[in-house]
Ligand binder design. Structure first.
Ligand SMILES: [Zn+2]
Length: 253
């Protein structure tokens, strides 16, 4: 696995013209009483590493994981201590500059591995990708896992919209960073089956308004490291499939 920030400039100069960069995007945001603020960054990095392995298995020789964008729009969690949040336009500007820098470093394509589902954040990513493509002519792949067809490959809890610090996200943190899961709290948390995505559609603006007074939704008690490893495999395959689809578009679609 190659991590850009661990390479030297000489090694980056030596990459071939087909090298791909995967840019993880997460958040520093409240994730229940049992998971760290870093949760979405941990998930995005795991997703990026899984995608790098999947792409290498499909013949992409040079795949490099860039350092994650960590501070992003997180308006839903603003009321919880420790959450850091950017305005969406600030985040879009940061994303476009990061993509331009990767292009300058010689990468032929930038792939976003996003694990943070705040609507302001997702909107800022789509806008940044649009500008990078249309204004700067850069090839960017961004499979938005909240949309079809990608969402259909994820767990029932995720698809129900009860997908913040619940079984889905907790499982991945248990797989990647078990040392950061507060197990004694996790095992005592009651289920919160409220659909956050439905609440967002109804115009709710915060976790509290949406029915998540402790900043979690779903079923964290049911999480397991094994499910987390399986989910990371699916997320990596989604990114690899999206890269192949963007590289070899089917005519007429
Ligand atoms: Zn999250």
């Amino acid at each position: 696995m190659k991590y850009l920030a661990e390479m030297t400039f000489v090694e980056v100069q030596g990459l071939g013209p087909e090298a791909l960069a995967i840019l993880p995007t997460g958040a520093i945001e409240a994730h229940g009483p049992h998971l760290p603020l870093l949760t979405d960054v941990i998930i995005a990095r795991g997703m990026a590493a899984s995608a790098a392995r999947a792409l290498q298995a499909r013949g992409f020789a040079e795949v490099v994981v860039a350092p994650p964008l960590q501070i992003t729009p997180a308006a839903f969690a603003k009321g919880f201590a420790g959450t850091l949040s950017l305005e969406p336009e600030t985040a879009t500007a940061v994303l476009v500059d990061a993509i331009l820098s990767l292009r300058r470093a010689g990468f032929s394509r930038v792939v976003l591995a996003n694990a943070h589902l705040d609507p302001g954040h997702i909107g800022s990513l789509h806008e940044g990708v649009r500008r990078a493509r249309e204004t700067h002519g850069i090839q960017v792949t961004f499979p938005d896992i909240t949309r079809k067809p990608w969402a259909l490959r994820l767990s029932p809890e995720f698809r129900s919209g009860a997908c913040h610090a619940g079984r889905f996200e907790t499982s991945i943190v248990m797989a990647e960073r078990p040392d950061l899961v507060r197990e004694s709290l996790r095992t005592g948390l009651p289920p919160n089956p409220v659909s956050l995505s439905k609440a967002i559609k109804e115009g709710k603006k915060t976790f509290e308004e949406a029915g998540g007074p402790a900043a979690y939704f779903g079923f964290p008690q049911e999480a397991s490291a094994e499910e987390g490893r399986e989910t990371l495999g699916v997320l990596g395959a989604i990114l690899a499939d999206a890269v192949v689809a963007d590289r070899d578009p089917v005519k007429g679609e």
